[in-house]
Write a protein that binds this ligand. Structure first.
Ligand code: ZN
Length: 92
């Protein structure tokens, strides 16, 4: 008789513990999926590097003088080439 009660108690404890772990796991998984989707949606915009014309995600790109660049190297090259240019019409 005692053994049956102990078995019932163990079964109940295991059952509720499993239920709790399952709920925590499900919440954690939903949170991770939500985070991933949010990042993908916000970082989904692509911009083009003015120097090499390669498309890069906006969060990885650098912005300078209204132009986008894939790396600081390309930004520096662009600025070096255009630093001598005056805003006036060079053809005139
Ligand atoms: Zn580039």
């Amino acid at each position: 008789m005692n053994l049956l009660i102990i078995r019932l108690i163990i079964f109940a404890v295991v059952f509720f513990a499993g239920l709790k772990i399952y709920r925590i796991y499900r919440e954690w998984k939903l949170e991770q999926q939500g985070d991933d989707n949010g990042t993908q949606h916000e970082g989904g915009k692509m911009v083009r590097c003015t120097w090499c014309k390669v498309h890069v995600p906006e969060q990885d790109a650098l912005r300078e003088r209204g132009e986008w660049f894939c790396s600081s190297d390309h930004r520096d090259k662009f600025l070096a080439e255009h630093s001598d240019d005056t805003p006036d019409d060079p053809k005139a």
